[in-house]
Write a protein that binds this ligand. Sequence first.
Ligand code: SF4
Length: 346
Amino acid sequence: MVEPDPESLRRQLLAWYRARKRDLPFRRTRDPYAILVAEVILQRTRVRAGLPYYERFLAAFPTIRDLAAAPEGAVLRAWEGLGFYGRARNLHRAAKAVVDRFGGGLPEDYESLRALPGIGEYTAGAVGSIAFGLRVPAVDGNAARVLSRVFRIEEDVSRGPVRKRLRDVAADLVPATGPGEWNQALMELGATVCVPRRPRCPECPVSGECLAFATGTQDQLPHAAAKGAVKVVPVAFAVVRQGDAVLLVHRQRGLHAGMYGLPGGDVADGESLPRAVRRHLAGLGLTALAVRRIAPVHHTFSHLRWDGAAFACRVRGRPQGAEWVPPDRLREIPLVPLHRRLLSVL
Ligand code: SF4
């Protein structure tokens, strides 16, 4: 079987991209900071879901200096609902590092970009190639899928050595001129034509170069080891009010570090949900006088699922490590989205 011809692949894919690419706001900017924001937001988030956040985030923090100077709570509030909050905290840290170490301008070489907090190979490659014209690959899930099919890579793409091979294949393809456009074209093909299920090969610009299409194996690629089952975590949360104010905990660790949330959380083995609520309240120095179930809680994150309930509680005592938050402040602070929804419907 004839290997794909890089020249022909590039020519056909770029011609298609120039004619068919989606008109997206982050493709209209030359501002490296805006490109960085888009790349971080769009990791693990679909374009349509991420776009409103991109626009709101840039409106709130128009420059990297604005972001670096903002309190973490404001950054997390702008990110609230996007999930994977570590991305927001890292972007904030990266902005501070850029201001401290580079005077507010993103560094223009791959190694310095890669050394910024939370900037991995993909983000450094995307920003480096799109914003600064560096000849480096940017292999996200979409690009990896296209490459595994075009080059018929049959090993498990979730394994490190195979990811490295994909990156090497991608690096060989990046042209000296317009590397950012090329990287975006590859990702665009994966996002719109070479989609995970039932790729649209008849309308694909590179079907003539694609080994998977030639052998009819496009539906079987890429191979990836099955993910483990989502872990179910039983949870119980307390809704405690004092007048208009609601009791919230500023979380320091875990999935929602830096955000506010209702008191409560995990349920121990063999523990009932009401008992877990009482235990969590006791940890805040409060005695629960009444605990009444008011709403179920079911929420799936990427790797785990919360199953449990929320309880309206009356308490005695002065809270330690939690605070009464009035409605006007509630609008300003970053709050676990599920808890904001619960409070808004209760
Ligand atoms: Fe993907 Fe099909 Fe195009 Fe190959 S021919 S790159 S499998 S859409």
